[in-house]
Design a protein around this ligand. Structure first.
Ligand SMILES: Cc1cc2nc3c(=O)[nH]c(=O)nc-3n(C[C@H](O)[C@H](O)[C@H](O)COP(=O)(O)OP(=O)(O)OC[C@H]3O[C@@H](n4cnc5c(N)ncnc54)[C@H](O)[C@@H]3O)c2cc1C
Length: 371
């Protein structure tokens, strides 16, 4: 019986609480293959195939995400924010950490602040462990940063490289390993989660980036020498990974949250003292970049990322990343996502022409050069 089937039975029998206990403790997945890739279908890139340009603000902290317990007026606050460029990836992992801190309190009535991927996974995790949960949020999907995410499973833009050591490294390892296991039963059309092959390409031999090297077993690399792959670069390497299509995954989590008795209240909090007015004794702060103002986190800053989306193309079932040029492509059922860009401390989500031109021209060169 597959985990997916187990999950359906658990839902039917009225509880996912047992899921965590049936999760395998290690999901390292497959080993690298060694077969050269002779050809891949090409993305049909043309100006008249562009359906939208979007931008979002990655909630970045140089020392990494925050998951810790605090107090505010007579309440306990569990923070869960600052996931940079990989909030979808880490979501179930840091939700599980926030759950553990919540279970340490005597409270079982919780308010989750925020309804992006972090708020929703935290809320669902709490529900599955017997908490009554209300979400309070300024915006709901599709109006969140989480909806902009390409949704590829992989750690990126999570902290400065010199922070990927010591206690934060351990926290990150725990979060990403747990999330990698926890995501797997969601694979299937109803959650918009699936496996894809991710190619890293460049003129130097491709190795794991520092963020990946924190949990190297999750990205087993197959390396290709010149002539062994169809990309216009000298080298390539690939690994299997998951993609969670946020346009499917997030509404599905909202639906499940409500079906399990959860309530969503649209409310924006201008200052943290307003949170003291809530009835719930336990608050989960999942406000992403909003925590900068609400909790005066001076380390939080936006890293703007922009995407150009082409009409969907069913035959494309792989992603690529040219790390040196910082250009990536990923297929989703709602379009072919072309990234990337990074603009530090830029607060507008308005797409800009310079980034759009760089993204389009850069990808056109890669795609036209593929054999
Ligand atoms: C271009 C781009 C591509 C990306 N690609 C990927 C990817 O491939 N894989 C990946 O894992 N990640 C990716 N990310 C990163 C990912 O999008 C973020 O890490 C993630 O969305 C953060 O989730 P969040 O729930 O913390 O924030 P958000 O989605 O911003 O949610 C925050 C919530 O809090 C609410 N809120 C905030 N302040 C207040 C307040 N004062 N009062 C009430 N409510 C409040 C908001 O309304 C919102 O509901 C990408 C990001 C960008 C921009």
């Amino acid at each position: 019986m597959t985990l997916q089937r187990n999950r359906r039975l658990l839902l039917k029998s009225g509880g996912l609480a047992a899921l965590a206990s049936v999760m395998p403790t290690s999901c390292t997945g497959s080993s690298p293959t060694t077969t050269p890739v002779t050809s891949l279908p090409k993305v049909d890139i043309a100006e008249n195939r562009i359906i939208r340009k979007v931008a979002g603000l990655r909630p970045f902290r140089r020392s990494g995400f925050v998951v810790r317990a605090d107090s505010l007026c007579d309440k306990t606050v569990v923070h869960n924010y600052g996931h940079g460029g990989c909030g979808v990836t880490l979501s179930w992992g840091t939700a599980n950490m926030a759950l553990k801190l919540s279970l340490d309190t005597p409270h079982r009535d919780a308010a989750v602040i925020g309804c992006g991927v972090i708020g929703l996974t935290t809320a669902r995790m709490l529900q599955d462990h017997g908490f009554t949960v209300t979400i309070y949020t300024a915006a709901l999907p599709p109006e969140t940063t989480s909806n902009v995410a390409a949704g590829v499973f992989g750690v990126t833009e999570i902290a400065d490289t010199d922070q990927l050591t010591g206690p934060f490294k351990q926290q990150l390892q725990e979060a990403v390993r747990f999330a990698h296991c926890y995501f797997q039963p969601f694979v299937g059309q109803s959650y918009g989660v699936r496996w894809v092959t991710f190619y890293m390409i460049g003129d130097e031999p491709q190795t794991q980036p520092p963020d990946f090297a924190v949990t190297p077993e999750l990205y087993p690399l197959t390396t290709y020498r010149p002539g062994e792959h169809p990309f216009p670069t000298k080298y390539a390497a690939s690994f299997p990974t998951m993609i969670a299509e946020t346009n499917v995954f997030l509404p599905r989590l909202v639906e499940e949250f409500v079906a399990r008795g959860g309530e969503i209240v649209v409310r924006s909090f201008a200052i943290r003292e307003e949170l003291c007015e809530l009835a719930e004794p336990l608050l989960l702060n999942c406000t992403g970049l909003g925590a900068k103002t609400l909790f005066d986190d001076k380390e939080l800053k936006p890293i703007k990322g922009q995407l150009t989306v082409l009409r969907p193309q069913a035959d494309i079932d792989y992603c690529y990343l040219d790390g040196a040029k910082f250009l990536y492509m990923c297929p989703r059922s709602d379009g072919i996502v072309l990234g990337g860009s990074r603009e530090e401390a830029v607060w507008t989500t308005k797409p800009n022409l310079a980034a759009a031109t760089r993204i389009f021209d850069g990808h056109q060169e890669i795609i036209d050069g593929m054999r």
